[in-house]
Design a protein around this ligand. Structure first.
Ligand code: SF4
Ligand code: SF4
Length: 485
C-alpha cells in the first residue's frame, strides 16, 4: 500500500487515498470539537505584520475539520475570516479575464464534457490563425487584456505546434489600443519538453483541472483516451514546473465525486507543490458540473448546493491565503456576488465557451453549437465591470507581475511580505482607466471615474500616488497605455 508522502513525485503517494480517508474520519470526529475549531480559526486569521499582513494557512486536515463543521456560528466565522483574508491580500480588486476556445477536437472520453470523442452530434471546429486573429480583435474590442486559451487533447488536430502558433498570433495582435498581455493556457497534461516550449512562448499560468482526485472515479469518468492515465494527469504540474513554468493553476470539477474528498485532495496537491517546488499553486478554480450538449449534470449524483459551494470556497481561502481563486461564468450573477466576498480574486466576463464564439457576434448573440458548457452569467463585459464597481470592487486588467518576472517563488515572496499591495492597487486603477477610456459605455465610465477618484486616496505612498495620477492623466488625454508598477 502506498504511504502518504507530500514530497514524493508519485501521484498515489502525494494524493494518498488512505490519508484522505483518514482526514475525513478525523474531520468527522472533530466537527463538533469547538475548542479545536477555535484554535484552527485563530491560526487562519490574518495577523498584522511590519508590512501588511501575514497568514499561516491551514493543513488539509485542519481545513477539513472546518468544512465538516455544520454549526451556523462557526460557518459565519469562517466566512468572516475568508473576507478578512481577501481584503488583507487582494483588497477590493478583482482581476478580469476571458476564455478563448481554440479547438474542440478531442480524443478523450470524459463523461462530463460534450467534446468527448463519442459525441457525434457536436460540430468539430478548430480556429485557423486568421480566425484566432479575428477572435483576439473581438476580445480586444471588448477590453480584455488577459486570456485563458482552451483546447481539447488531439495530437493530430491540436499538436503543441498549433498551440504555440496560436499563442504567438495572440501576442502579435495590436488592434487600436488593444493588447493581450497575458495568455494563460489550459491544455491537456503533456511532457516536460512541451512545457518548456510553452514557457518559451511566454505563457502566464498553466492551468489543468484534476477533475477528481478520487482515482477509482477518475478511471470511470475517463474511460478512454490518454487522459485515462490518472498518474500521468496528476503528476502533470510537477512536469510543468520541471519545464520551467512557475505559475500553475489547480482545480476540481465539483459534482463528480464527494466534495469533502475532493477538497482534501486539492489541498494535498497544493501542499505537495509547496513541499517539492517551494511554491504553491498560483490559482485554484472552483468549477461545478454544468449542463451541455450530451451532458446532464443530474447524472452525476454528487452535485453541491450553493451554500456548500460557498463554504468550500471560504475554506479554501483560509487554507491557501496566497493563492488566487477563480470563478467563471459557469456560475450565476447571484452565486458570483456571494463568492466574491469569500475570497475569489479573479472572474471571467463576457465569456463565450464555444470555438469561434466572439468574432462576428454582438454582445447579446452567442453561438451554442460548439459550447463546452452553458454560460450562466451571460452579461457583457461592460455590464460585469459596472456590476463589480457598483458592489465596491475594482475591476483590474493588470498583468504586471508576470511581465516584470514576478512569477513563482518571487511572486509568492512579494505576496507574503505584503509588498504586492503597493503594486496591485495603482495597477488596477490604471488598467481600469484604460478600459473606461477605450471600451466602456458612458454609464460605466461615470461609475468608474468616480471610483478611481475615491480609490486614489487609498494609495499609501505619496510618490506612488503622484506617479499614478500622472499616468491616469496620460491615459485620459492620449493614446499612451500600459503603465504599471
Ligand atoms: S474535458 Fe478536456 S479532455 Fe475531456 S473531453 Fe473535454 S476537452 Fe477533451
Ligand atoms: S500587480 Fe501582480 S498580483 Fe497585483 S494584480 Fe497585477 S499581476 Fe496581479
Amino acid at each position: 500500500m502506498a504511504i502518504y508522502n507530500p514530497k514524493s513525485l508519485k501521484a498515489e503517494e502525494f494524493i494518498n487515498d488512505e490519508e484522505i480517508r483518514e482526514t475525513l474520519r478525523y474531520a468527522e470526529e472533530n466537527k463538533n470539537n469547538l475548542p479545536l475549531i477555535e484554535e484552527i480559526l485563530e491560526k487562519a486569521r490574518p495577523k498584522k505584520a511590519e508590512k501588511g499582513y501575514v497568514c499561516a494557512g491551514l493543513s488539509h486536515r485542519e481545513a477539513s475539520v472546518l468544512l465538516a463543521c455544520e454549526d451556523p456560528e462557526v460557518i459565519e466565522k469562517i466566512y468572516k475570516i475568508a473576507e478578512e483574508i481577501k481584503l488583507a491580500f487582494y483588497g477590493n480588486r478583482i482581476v478580469i479575464f476571458a476564455p478563448l476556445y481554440l479547438s474542440n477536437y478531442c480524443v478523450n472520453g470524459c463523461l462530463y464534457c460534450p467534446y468527448h470523442l463519442k459525441n457525434k452530434h457536436i460540430p468539430r471546429k478548430k480556429l485557423t490563425q486568421e480566425e484566432v486573429r479575428e477572435e483576439v480583435i473581438a476580445l480586444q474590442d471588448m477590453g480584455h487584456k488577459r486570456l485563458a486559451i482552451e483546447a481539447g487533447e488531439d495530437p493530430v488536430n491540436n499538436p503543441i505546434e498549433y498551440i504555440l502558433d496560436c499563442i504567438h498570433t495572440i501576442y502579435s495582435v495590436h488592434h487600436k489600443n488593444g493588447d493581450i498581455r497575458r495568455v494563460n493556457v489550459n491544455i491537456a497534461a503533456t511532457t516536460v519538453e512541451n512545457y518548456k516550449k510553452l514557457k518559451e512562448a511566454g505563457i502566464g499560468t498553466y492551468i489543468l483541472f484534476q477533475e477528481t482526485y478520487h482515482k477509482e472515479s477518475y478511471l470511470r469518468l475517463h474511460p478512454t483516451g490518454p487522459k485515462h492515465d490518472y498518474d500521468y494527469h496528476t503528476e502533470a504540474m510537477d512536469r510543468a514546473m520541471e519545464g520551467g513554468i512557475d505559475d500553475v493553476g489547480l482545480g476540481v470539477l465539483f459534482g463528480l465525486e464527494l466534495y469533502k474528498y475532493e477538497f482534501a485532495g486539492l489541498l494535498m496537491h497544493a501542499e505537495h507543490l509547496e513541499a517539492v517546488h517551494g511554491v504553491g499553486p498560483h490559482t485554484i478554480s472552483v468549477p461545478r458540473v454544468k449542463k451541455a450538449d450530451d451532458i446532464d449534470p443530474t447524472e452525476f449524483d454528487n452535485g453541491i448546493d450553493d451554500e456548500t459551494f460557498a463554504k468550500i470556497t471560504a475554506c479554501i481561502r483560509l487554507a491557501v491565503p496566497y493563492t488566487g481563486m477563480i470563478i467563471s461564468t459557469r456560475e450565476t450573477e447571484q452565486v458570483r456576488s456571494k463568492l466574491l466576498k469569500l475570497g475569489i480574486s479573479q472572474v471571467s466576463g463576457g465569456s463565450r465557451t464555444s470555438v469561434g464564439g466572439y468574432a462576428g457576434y454582438s454582445a447579446d448573440e452567442r453561438p451554442h453549437d460548439t459550447e463546452q458548457f452553458d454560460v450562466s452569467d451571460q452579461r457583457s463585459l461592460d455590464e460585469v465591470v459596472r456590476w463589480l464597481m457598483e458592489s465596491g470592487h475594482i475591476p483590474s486588467f493588470c498583468t504586471a507581475c508576470y511581465r516584470e518576472g514576478r512569477t513563482g517563488d518571487r511572486f509568492m515572496a512579494l505576496c507574503k511580505s505584503g509588498q504586492i499591495l503597493n503594486c496591485c492597487h495603482p495597477n488596477a486603477l490604471m488598467t481600469l482607466a484604460e478600459y473606461l477610456k477605450d471600451y466602456a459605455s458612458e454609464k460605466t465610465q461615470e461609475v468608474g471615474y468616480k471610483m478611481i477618484e475615491e480609490e486614489l486616496k487609498k494609495i499609501p505612498r505619496e510618490k506612488t500616488r503622484e506617479i499614478t495620477i500622472e499616468h491616469l492623466k496620460d491615459i485620459k488625454e492620449s493614446n499612451k497605455r500600459d503603465f504599471y508598477f
